[in-house]
Design a protein around this ligand. Structure first.
Ligand SMILES: Nc1ncnc2c1ncn2[C@@H]1O[C@H](COP(=O)(O)OP(=O)(O)O)[C@@H](O)[C@H]1O
Ligand SMILES: [Mg+2]
Length: 408
């Protein structure tokens, strides 16, 4: 691990490598600096605007680099971590206070030329002060993280997502919402407002406060649920339709997947205008107060939706496929979403693919390298075994990490 006083580690791999630049101007991270981040006191990477492969043994710090990149987008990153847990254990700032993590990056390829983005935890002030995330764009502090979404768009695939098709529907809704958010950064806010109103309504109903002044409060909450709920369902429907259209054209060694959205509100949107669906949801919530008070939930709404994924070639729900097939279906979905996002936003997203190559046979590994090159996206891939990345040698810079240090 690099000590706080150690010189910055510089990996200027670009010159030494044969980098094939795609025709599309992708957002590409060309410099990444992390400070007091997980296992890193400090790490600085300089790379060409092409894909990057990080190899190294378990615990080398590969996933941590991907997590740092994912925190350049709105949200809690690819581990969904609490802000405080990211700070390097035992980190102390120069003036003796508790340390705080920071990530800074230069991103090339955006419409306005290179920009610098920063994200991190505000150094702790008075004892007990709440943890606060700070976001900087070109050195200026901005409110919230949503503005990051205009500059960097990222999709990721991690081993923690391996159970996606077998897990509960809430994991798949979260996955779907992340995909929608890469097209529409405001989606996350609407989904969060919906979830908040749902919890508030459950609390009121649980306390048996459905009458008097609380009743008009319930009306207001259900109005919020109807408006945001239908907007969330409509955005998910739109995304699933776009995915389905691109998946239908797909061929090659990755499995043909089919996607569908299951849910009452989603179904209504196929039969009636959005305003009518809002009225119907508002009425269903009002009629369901007593029953919902007993169950502690809400019987109807987009929080009950599910993303159904099938392996079309085998005509099987993805949950019944082998582990390796499920991984291949997930990769196919992420590549498809990258195509959808490229079409919608005019440039490909950053792709963070953690430990993906090890699950693929040689044909699919070669196909992945080819698909990434065709997309023109900057992908960051990780793996323990450098030998698995021979197909990436012409298009990616291959770096090796050991114990949180970059090895040339
Ligand atoms: N907050 C933290 N402080 C210090 N070390 C951490 C922190 N969080 C995780 N680590 C360590 O970071 C190391 C590298 O993790 P990771 O990037 O997941 O490795 P890998 O190369 O296998 O993907 C692990 O040994 C882990 O214990
Ligand atoms: Mg890892």
């Amino acid at each position: 691990m690099a000590g706080p006083g150690a010189p910055p580690i510089l990996a200027d791999a670009a010159a030494a490598l044969r980098i094939a630049h795609g025709p599309v101007s992708a957002s590409a991270v060309t410099r990444l600096t992390v400070t007091d981040f997980r296992c890193y006191a400090r790490l600085r990477l300089e790379v060409a605007p092409a894909s990057v492969v990080l190899t190294g043994p378990n615990g080398a710090g590969k996933t941590n680099v991907l997590e740092a990149l994912s925190l350049l987008t709105p949200g809690r990153g690819l581990r969904g971590a609490r802000l405080g847990e990211i700070t390097r254990h035992g980190a102390v700032s120069a003036d003796g206070r508790a340390g705080a993590w920071a990530v800074a990056a230069t991103v090339d390829g955006g419409p306005g030329g290179p920009i610098t983005l920063g994200s991190g935890l505000e150094p702790v002030g008075a004892a007990g002060a709440p943890e606060r995330r700070v976001t900087r764009i070109n050195g200026e502090t901005v409110r919230g993280q949503a503005a990051l979404g205009a500059h960097v768009n990222a999709l990721w695939l991690t081993p923690a997502m391996d159970g996606l098709f077998r897990d509960g529907a809430s994991e798949r809704r979260r996955f779907l919402d992340r995909l929608v958010t890469t097209l529409d950064p405001d989606h996350a806010g609407r989904a969060a407002a919906y979830a908040h109103a749902l919890r508030e309504r459950a609390r009121l109903l649980r306390d048996g406060r459905g009458e008097g002044r609380a009743a008009s409060w319930l009306d207001a909450l259900e109005d919020t649920l109807a408006r945001h709920g239908v907007a969330v369902a409509a955005a998910r429907r739109d995304l699933v339709a776009r995915l389905a259209a691109v998946l239908a054209e797909a061929d090659g060694p990755f499995p043909r997947a089919t996607v569908a959205l299951e849910g009452a509100v989603e179904g209504w949107l196929g039969e009636m205008p959005a305003l009518a669906a809002e009225d119907r949801l508002r009425a269903a919530l009002a009629a369901g107060r007593r029953a919902d008070g007993e169950t502690g939930g809400a019987a109807v709404g987009p929080h009950r939706a599910d993303l159904l994924v099938c392996h079309a070639g085998r005509d099987l729900p993805a949950a019944l496929c082998s582990t390796g097939e499920q991984k291949a279906v997930l990769i196919a979905l992420i590549l498809t979403q990258a195509r959808v996002a490229t079409a919608a936003r005019g440039r490909p997203p950053l792709l963070l693919l953690d430990e993906v190559a090890a699950h693929l046979d040689a044909t699919r590994r070669a196909a992945l390298a080819e698909a990434l090159a065709a997309l023109g996206a900057q992908a960051w891939l990780t793996g323990t075994d450098a030998a698995l990345f021979s197909d990436f040698e012409d298009t990616a810079q291959i770096l090796r990490l050991v114990g949180g240090n970059l090895i040339d």
